[in-house]
Write a protein that binds this ligand. Structure first.
Ligand SMILES: [Zn+2]
Ligand SMILES: [Zn+2]
Length: 504
């Protein structure tokens, strides 16, 4: 009985399982509801959405939603200020933290408030002056709006713009400055400490930074167009070094005069410089100078009283023609090589007590050695170039170590001026055949006892106009006449032997 019941239960279970199996394996078509977003997509991240089967809510379906991407627009993120241009930022309209770069907004820095602008160049540009600004650092804008709201370049710092404004401590030009001219006295006697001259500047006019006692640094932007540094521009400032841009053609009179702290002056290589003006570097502390090859003129007193100047070198291929009066007077140079192109050496140009060696490049064009040009130097010997026609008054006066003066056989010398070789240590001298004039005291206070005259005889010697005053050393010296070949009677003639006089 029990066994039958057990069998019945087992059978019932088997049937129940079979019915259940049939029921469960019977499929239905999902009846999906609408998609519902569960995770919103962002600019860059995928989102997700889901739908549910209406027949059986345990049936669900998911899928991704593509990123929607940025919606970039330019937005002004910084308005122009006095010193900075306006800025736009490329910003996502969906999320302002999404940015990918900045650009100029179109609004230029406005410049220090209170500056005054004047239309120039047929109303196509502005000149700027102080207006109401009297202290602090001044910012010079690149552009300024006219009455029609159009930007015009600010191209000129007006003459006298900030002159005598001792409260002005600095000047800053906009990065894209359009300034071409810095006017006369523009920053004269201000308290500015340094200045970077924009690349756009072509001319700095007279005394623009004269007397800026606090000015220690001057930088020219690379690629600057500057051609002219006018007179007194940096005079009496406290600058310690300067590099003259390659574009500069002219350095004006007294441009750096009285810059007592100026020890370093350099010129960019390959420059256009043609002239160094009178007294341009007078009374500076420069220690050495390399004069660029293109310079044709060094003005009067250009380096006068530069007591620390020990080295003066002319770049190879120098085109120098004129060395002005007192150009290197009272310097500390010990030697100098004068370029072959030099035609004129002015009065007292090298009257330097430490100067022990003077060499003229061969083939030099020099015709005149100026008055006192080499007076009171320490030279021991000198070879006068063949081209020299005139030796100026006192040209070598006071050279008390000078024992050897050489003229070459082709000397063009015509005039020995008064006191030319006074107070030297010579014992003999060559007087070239072409000499026409010897003025007073040419050889006074020397040990001159021997004269080698280039002329043939006493008649020729008699043709020379010799001022007797102070010339008894010359007149009383033993005199030899030139004879290329050995004369019949020895004792009164000389000839050249290896470039020096030799008595027959
Ligand atoms: Zn379903
Ligand atoms: Zn975005």
């Amino acid at each position: 009985m029990k066994k039958k019941i057990l069998w019945a239960i087992m059978l019932t279970c088997i049937i129940a399982l079979a019915v259940a199996f049939v029921a469960c394996s019977k499929k239905h078509t999902h009846d999906w509801g609408d998609w519902t977003e569960t995770t919103a997509p962002t600019c860059t991240e995928k989102g997700e959405e889901i739908r549910v089967c209406k027949t059986d809510s345990s049936h669900t379906d998911k899928r991704g939603i593509d990123p929607i991407g940025h919606d970039m627009v330019w937005v002004v993120t910084a308005a122009a200020t006095e010193t900075t241009d306006g800025v736009e930022t490329h910003t996502c309209a969906r999320d302002s933290t999404h940015t990918d770069g900045n650009r100029f907004s179109g609004e230029y820095a406005t410049g220090t408030a209170g500056l005054e602008y004047t239309l120039i160049d047929e109303d196509k540009a502005f000149s700027v002056s102080r207006g109401e600004v009297s202290e602090g650092s001044v910012f010079i804008p690149a552009y300024r709006k006219n009455d029609s709201n159009e930007y015009l370049p600010v191209t000129v710092i007006a003459d006298n713009a900030f002159w005598l404004q001792s409260g002005i401590t600095g000047v800053i030009f906009a990065a894209d400055s359009q300034v071409e001219t810095i006017g006369v006295n523009a920053f004269r006697n201000t308290a500015i400490t340094n200045i970077t001259i924009p690349a756009s500047v072509k001319t700095i006019n007279s005394s623009a930074l004269n007397g800026c006692a606090n000015l220690t640094g001057v930088i020219f932007e690379s690629g600057i167009l500057l051609e002219t540094i006018d007179s007194f521009v940096f005079a009496n400032s406290s600058i310690t070094s300067i590099t003259i841009p390659a574009s500069v053609k002219t350095i004006g009179m007294y441009a750096f005069s009285g810059c007592a702290s100026l020890t370093s002056v350099a010129f960019e290589t390959g420059g256009a410089l043609e002239a160094i003006g009178d007294a341009a570097f007078v009374n500076t502390a420069v220690t050495s100078i390399l004069i660029p090859a293109g310079v044709t003129e060094i003005g009067n007193s250009a380096f006068n009283n530069c007591a620390s100047l020990e080295s003066v070198t002319f770049e190879a291929g120098s085109a120098l023609e004129t060395i002005g009066a007192t150009a290197f007077n009272n310097t500390a140079i010990t030697s100098i090589v004068i370029p072959a192109s030099v035609k004129e050496i002015g009065a007292q140009a090298f009257s330097v007590t430490s100067l022990a060696s003077v060499i003229f490049e061969s083939g030099i064009l020099l015709e005149t050695i100026g008055n006192s040009a080499f007076s009171n130097t320490a030279i021991t010997s000198i070879i006068i170039p063949a081209s020299v026609k005139e030796i100026g008054i006192s040209a070598f006066n006071g050279c008390d170590k000078l024992t050897n003066i050489t003229f070459t056989s082709d000397s063009a010398l015509e005039t020995i001026s008064g006191s030319a070789f006074r107070d030297t240590a010579i014992t003999s001298i060559i007087i070239p055949a072409g000499v026409e004039t010897i003025n007073s005291s040419a050889f006074v206070n020397t040990s001159l006892t021997t004269v080698f005259y280039g002329g043939a005889d006493a008649d020729a010697w008699g043709e020379i106009s010799i001022t007797t005053t102070g010339n008894n050393f010359l007149i009383n010296a033993a005199r030899y006449y030139y004879s290329a070949t050995e004369p019949a009677t020895a004792g009164s003639f000389w000839h050249w032997a290896d470039g020096v006089p030799s008595i027959w």
